[in-house]
Design a protein. Sequence first.
Length: 365
Amino acid sequence: MSSDTPSYTYEQAGVSIDAGNRLVKAIGPLVKATMRPGADGEIGGFGGFFDPKAAGYMDPLLVAGNDGVGTKLKLAIDTDRHDTVGIDLVAMCVNDLIVQGAEPLFFLDYFATGKLENGVAERVIAGIANGCKQAGCALIGGETAEMPGMYAAGDYDLAGFCVGAVERGEQLTGERVAPGHILLGLASSGVHSNGFSLVRRLAEDKGWKLDRPALFDQDRLLIETLLEPTRIYVKTLLPLVRDGLIDAMAHITGGGLLENIPRVLPEGAHAEVEADGWDQPGLMAFLQAQGNIEPGEMARTFNCGVGMVLAVAPSKVELVRSRLEDAGEQVLAVGRIVEGDKGCTVRGSRGTWSAKDDWEAVHLG
C-alpha cells in the first residue's frame, strides 16, 4: 500500500462499529428482562429461536404482524422525548395479533439512524423492552442500522415485527359475528400512533406551546398528552379470548372506527356505531376544535377515544364488561351489529357517516 494514499476507515465514513457494539452490550439486560417460556437465548446471534411447545402450545397457528410508529416519531425527536415511542412500536404490532386471538410470543425491532449518539437508541430500545413486558412477549433480536446520509442529524426510524400463536380452531376470524352482537369499546390512552401528520400540522399552524399545560388537562403538559404511548390490551383481553367470550375484535388504527370495524365482519353484517354512547376525551375535543375537523373526518382519522372494539354475544356482554373493568379497562358502549351490507355507519347528534363499498379498496388496494 502506498504511503501517499490515505487509509480510509468505516468510522470516517460515518459508521462506528464500536458504537454499535456498545449499544448491543447496553441493551443486553433490557432484552434479558423480556424472556419468557419458549425464549431464553442471548441476543447477538444471527437469529433468535422460539419454542412454541415450551410456551405451552400443542398445535399452534402462527400469526405475524409488522408496523411502525409513523410521524409520532418526529414529534418525539423534535422534543427530545424518546422513552415511550418504543412502547408505541410494540403496541401497534401486538394489538394487531390479539384481535386474531393470538398471544404475542416474540418481537424483533429495527432502529435506523444516521449516527448513533447521545444514548437515544438505548432510550428507545428500553421503551421497546417495556412494551414487550407489558404484552408478555420476548424481545429476541433486532437490527440497528447506522446509515449516514440517509437521515438528517438526530433523526431515526423504527419498525417492529411480532409473531404470535393461537391453538388451531381457536383463532378469531369474525365468522361468528352476526346481527344482534353488541359492540363494546376499550378506551384509548390518547391519539395512539395514527393521525400524527395532522396533529403536527395543527401544532405548527396554531403555534401550540407544547411545554405548557394542556387546555383540557392542567395537570399535564400538552406534549405529554400527545406522546402518551399506545395502550397495550393483550393481557386484559387474552383470558377472555381463551374463554370464548369474544367473537371478534378490531384494533382502531389508521382509518378510525369507520374503516377498521368492517375488517372483522362477515358478509351480511353491518356495524352501527352510536357516537353519543361515550364521552369524547378532552384531547380529541381539543384536536377537533383546533382544526375545525368535521365529525366524519374525525371518525376516519382518529380513534375518538376508542382503541379497541369487541363484538360480543348479548348473553355475554355483562360478564365481559365486568371482567374487563376488574382488569382495569374502561369499557364503552359503542353500538351493535345489524343485518346489511358489510360496512360501518357512525351516527351521532352531529350527523351520520358510512363506510361500505370502499373499505376493501382502502385496505387491500
